[in-house]
Design a protein around this ligand. Structure first.
Ligand SMILES: NC(=O)c1ccc[n+]([C@@H]2O[C@H](COP(=O)([O-])OP(=O)(O)OC[C@H]3O[C@@H](n4cnc5c(N)ncnc54)[C@H](OP(=O)(O)O)[C@@H]3O)[C@@H](O)[C@H]2O)c1
Length: 229
């Protein structure tokens, strides 16, 4: 049986990933802030929780020990290098053979070949500036986290989510290497399916050292490519 760790398990994405992982028969260890442990009551006795900040190196070291895969919800909250601290702790402490799967948004680019609309670029700039000013979040620290992941020789995948919505699963999202590719045009994915893609990536070695940008498999742009329209 595979043992996996979900870092940031108490959030929406984390809980969906926990359910998919349990459905696959994986043993699940989760990391979340102590105050959020209660959000995981529905998984009681089916998962092990290590309470603590996800950028606490000792917490991560304990949680990822012996894991075959680590799923990481990268979030930039606060002005304390939370994303890069979380990513670095996982990169340093996960077993060398483990699959490491990180979540982020389309604003992360690996090779600079992504094509963004002017509106998107402006929005990211404004949100980055405003959230830093208000000391709510450091979007540029999520960028730093991903730079470190891309430079790492661990078995990583960075999954770049489109806009998200709630709703029933539609199945495994489709992906492309670059934002701007026609298949991604619809820019919407069900959060439950984002989680499915993350969990499935653990067993998909073709995604090692890839930064797939994903979109729902039943969105118009995905269906148009599938049917050759
Ligand atoms: N939201 C979107 O539209 C969107 C779009 C594309 C990609 N993504 C990516 O998808 C992933 C999940 O995003 P989500 O928006 O769906 O969020 P989410 O799954 O609800 O997760 C939010 C996480 O942030 C933690 N958190 C919240 N406030 C915090 C604080 N002040 N300090 C430390 N941790 C805090 C939460 O922990 P607690 O449970 O302890 O609060 C939880 O683990 C992220 O990697 C994001 O970049 C999101």
């Amino acid at each position: 049986m595979k043992k996996i760790c979900i870092v940031g398990i108490s959030g929406k994405l984390g809980q969906y990933m926990a359910q998919h992982a349990l459905d696959r028969g994986f043993e699940v260890v989760g990391v979340c802030r102590a105050r959020s442990v209660g959000k995981l009551d529905k998984f009681k006795e089916r998962i092990t929780v290590v309470p603590g900040a996800t950028n606490d190196r000792e917490v991560i070291k304990k949680a990822v020990a012996g894991c075959d895969g680590v799923l990481v919800v990268l979030v930039p909250w606060g002005v304390k290098q939370y994303s890069s601290g979380t990513a670095q702790a996982v990169l340093d402490h996960a077993p060398p053979a483990a699959r490491l799967i990180f979540s982020c948004g389309w604003h992360i680019t690996r090779d600079g070949q992504d094509v963004y609309s002017r509106t998107f670029i402006t929005l990211v700039k404004i949100v980055t500036w405003l959230t830093r000013l208000l000391r709510v979040a450091e979007i540029d620290d999520q960028v730093e986290a991903c730079k470190r992941i891309f430079a790492s020789d661990t078995r990583w995948t960075v999954v770049r989510g489109s806009d998200l919505e709630e709703g029933e699963s539609q199945g495994l999202p489709v992906w492309s290497r670059h934002v701007g590719d026609p298949i991604l045009e619809s820019n919407i994915t069900r959060r439950v399916d984002f989680a499915l893609f993350m969990v499935a990536a653990i067993e998909n070695d073709e995604l090692i050292h890839e930064a797939p940008a994903i979109v729902g498999c039943r969105t118009p742009s995905a269906l148009a490519i599938k049917t050759g329209r």
